[in-house]
Design a protein. Sequence first.
Length: 409
Amino acid sequence: MMMRKNIHLITIIACLISNTLIAQNVPAAHHKASHTKTEKIIPGADQTQLYVNYLRGKNIGMVVNQTSVIGDKLTPSVDSLLSLGISIKKIFGPEHGFRGNASNGATVSDSTDPKTGLPVVSLYGNKHYKPTPQDLKGLDLVIFDIQDVGARYYTYISTLHYVMEACAENNVELMILDRPNPNGFYVDGPILDTAFHSFVGMHSVPIVHGMTIAEYAQMINGEGWLKNHVQCKLKIIKVAGYSHSSSYTLPVWPSPNLNSQQSVLLYPGLCLFEGTTLSLGRGTYTPFQEVGHPALKDKYSYNFTPVSIPGMSEDPPQKNQACYGIDLKNYNTNIIKTTGKLNLSWLIELYKAFPDKQHFFNAYFAKLAGGNELRKQIEAGKTEQQIRDSWEPALSNYKNMRRKYLLYN
């Protein structure tokens, strides 16, 4: 009897120990898995411990806008670095201005920042894209800290080119505080024909280049794209916890008309409509999430009406007219990540539906597309696959070249 009780007691104790071990192990394994999935992405700017001491004792210029922030409180990096005793002497502002409140294409003048009293040099006003020797006079180092969205025609990489060129020519070091590319998970589109070089297409890269600003800067140097093949001295502060497969939601919108994660992800494909007579939602609060035109009234039921919105779009295409077309506000952008492809079907579909095909495209389309070929293909009725086939082998050659400059997996 006593032996039975002892065996029973031993069994109960063994079960308790086993359950305790299971209880301890399961949460530990679960915690590790969730930690792996949610590894925090830390932009270069946030890692002040890596670069602030390097800046001390130097006269600094900063190429920044409203996306240039540090920390969870999103403090402007100019303000943060000034508070840390860094000697900032000048601010350079790209398209949309230092505070990011100018409409697309609007001329931005030189000014004085009312908060800090620092001079602000516009790198978008009156074709002043490149800092002059006078602009850089007295500076030991320039910081480039701007959030890009990974499309060839988004002009911050054009500003990067001219800043690099000016720094190289004037023997000024350039520090890049790198940031994730929200569209960095794929590479796609036709390679730009150099005959169509412009401020919305500076280099022979595809529409979606798949690189961060720092990676792109290394490519500009490495491929000898600066005038006279000058080399810019770069110091890069990398993003922590980032890979090209990472999903990244921007903490600050990069320009007035990219005001949601949906528009940021749709932008690389939809911006081609800027080269047509259609509206892509400028003059609404959901730009780059809808496409339409008054002439499509009989073909589509969805409609929106662009109006003048100060600071976003004062004079949008098709202003005050009901535009009929496609609503993409709820489009599943995971499809882009799954396929790794631009969506050309909307452009092809709306061209076919448009009654006045002779006036569908405008002259700007060739600059955005990087050549005349895409327009000719759509007008000729080519399928999306036929169009894609024509991008090879140039697209694959670019992908191979790009690998040399990657800082992240």
